[in-house]
Design a protein around this ligand. Structure first.
Ligand code: PLP
Length: 495
């Protein structure tokens, strides 16, 4: 399978090159041209282990790698790193199923992909005959940064720089990042919101490409954000895993449609669900759950994507996003029209908005349902599900849970519903504690201890002792300084 830019049919690369580059040189994202060339027997995946599923699915999506090679990468990526051997367990909560994606080394769903990406990246580098050091640039709304650093720390031939919005991530997320160890990792706060950081990173890629700013320096840039296809592909696996669990438990028959509710920010996670559907998995609706930053809810309702609106800081900060990058891949895949996508993205850059044509809107309606939930609704869901079901959700999962109930009320003929749970409740302890009806603790760490005392849900190992780890990274810069910051770092032998 060949990858191409979402903005140019003529710009095509192998899957290895797409991973190595991170994004296309014309500002587009690398996407499969179509899924028609892939042969994958989805039924044969249901009885096998999660790791074997990952091997087959990833080898199908990224054909630069043989199945034998992929099997070895998968083994190295996941062995001993997750709390459970099946990586992403499912739990029954009331009549719904929760797919727990947060059992990895940093307690966020991004671990699933970011455990895999460094291995894909270094293997791709070898395949493409590249000897340059790879400098990973990543903008984070909180969870990607830590998970990416954890994945890339001390991986030979790579360095990673993470930018996060100053004051825009939770104290726990910030502590996780600034205490990161490893000689090849850097973390810097940006005075702005996530979109400023993400726009800054995209602009650096464009400037470096356009002006050859790193030419001859033995360094090349890549991305660990979900704009990198190597980050997206591993996320396809857990849709199959959840489906297999439902079959195994006798809750569905093979072939029944399952609806997936996805707490959405950059649209990567839910797009992976669309990939799973295209690979044959019987996916019913994909339900896009947003917080008060409900630009996607409006988009699915109207076909108009309009970022000219206030930006809210919510208790689900990993979804505080106004520009969902991966939507571009969906628009490309549904329309097959790179010219159209290029035009829409130009309109977004110039006016902050675009409108999709009616034929595309009709396809979106068929595939997706969208809903949103404010902070009050988020906390109410956490409290209710704890009281009634004895299950403790984080704030992002709670947004999805709330929207799942909206969806079921709106579509009474729905199938089995799987809610993707994207973080441990201990990553957002202040809001979770409040949702449990408790007075706030002195700080997030005492809130963690209090939640553990009240609920008995064990605190994940990686968050224990976080408070006492020394901060190693303290830089704070203006968004305009991001390019010079990167060029300065790229030129330094030792950070
Ligand atoms: C990143 C993240 C999301 C959003 O995922 P996207 O792929 O960006 O849509 C949701 N919840 C949590 C906890 C996250 O870290």
């Amino acid at each position: 399978m060949i990858y191409q830019s979402t903005r140019n049919d003529g710009l095509t690369v192998s899957s290895a090159q797409a991973i190595l580059d991170g994004m296309a040189g014309d500002g587009g994202l690398y996407s499969p041209a179509s899924f028609s060339g892939i042969s994958l027997d989805w039924r044969a995946l249901l009885p096998i282990s999660t790791r074997d599923m990952a091997t087959r699915i990833l080898a199908a999506l990224l054909p630069s790698f043989s199945e034998a090679e992929m099997g070895e990468l998968v083994r190295r990526a996941y062995e001993g790193k997750f709390e459970t051997e099946d990586l992403t367990p499912t739990v029954r909560v009331g009549e719904d199923t929760v797919l727990e994606l947060f059992r990895g080394p940093t307690s966020a769903f991004k671990d699933v992909a970011l455990s895999m990406l460094p291995l894909l990246m270094t293997a791709a580098r070898e395949k493409c005959g590249v000897s340059d050091e790879i400098l990973i640039l990543t903008a984070t709304s909180g969870d990607t940064g830590k998970a990416a650093m954890e994945g890339f720390a001390n991986v030979p031939g790579t360095r990673i720089l993470v930018f996060y919005p100053y004051g825009g991530v939770s104290p726990v997320q910030q502590a996780q990042m600034v205490t990161q160890e490893g000689d090849n990792v850097g973390v810097c706060a940006v005075r702005g919101n996530f979109d400023d950081a993400q726009t800054g990173v995209k602009a650096i890629f464009a400037a470096v490409e356009r002006e050859g700013l790193l030419a001859g320096k033995g360094v090349r840039l890549s991305s660990a954000n979900s704009i990198n296809i190597g980050r997206l592909a591993p996320q396809v696996v857990y849709y199959f895993k959840a489906y297999a669990d439902l079959v195994r438990e006798g809750r569905i028959a093979v072939g029944d449609l399952v609806d997936f509710v996805v707490p959405t920010g950059n649209f990567g996670d839910i797009l992976a669900g669309y990939f799973a559907k295209e690979l044959g998995l019987p996916v019913g609706k994909l339900i896009c759950a947003s917080n008060a930053n409900n630009i996607l809810t409006d988009f699915f309702a109207t076909g108009v994507y309009d970022r000219n609106r206030p930006f809210y800081r919510t208790v689900s900060p990993s979804m505080d996003i106004l520009v969902s990058s991966n939507l571009e891949r969906l628009l490309f895949l549904l329309s097959g029209d790179a010219k159209l996508v290029k035009g829409l993205m130009a309109s977004l850059a110039e006016t902050g908005a675009y409108t999709v044509p009616a034929h595309l809107k009709a396809k979106l309606d068929e595939l997706f349902f969208a809903g949103c939930c404010d902070d009050a609704g988020t906390k109410a869901a956490i409290g209710r599900v704890w009281r009634e079901e004895g299950y403790l959700m984080d704030t992002h999962t709670a947004v999805a849970y709330h929207v799942a109930q909206q969806y079921k009320a709106a579509c009474p003929s729905h199938g089995s519903v799987v809610i993707l749970s994207t973080a441990s409740p201990y990553k957002f302890p202040a809001a979770v504690l409040e949702a449990l009806g408790q007075a706030p603790g002195a700080d997030e760490y005492s809130a963690m201890a209090q939640i553990e005392r009240i609920t008995g849900v064990p605190l994940p190992k990686n968050l224990r002792g976080l408070k006492d780890r020394p901060a190693r990274h303290g830089d704070v810069i203006e968004p305009e300084k991001m390019l010079s910051y990167v060029l300065d770092k790229a030129g330094k032998e030792i950070w």
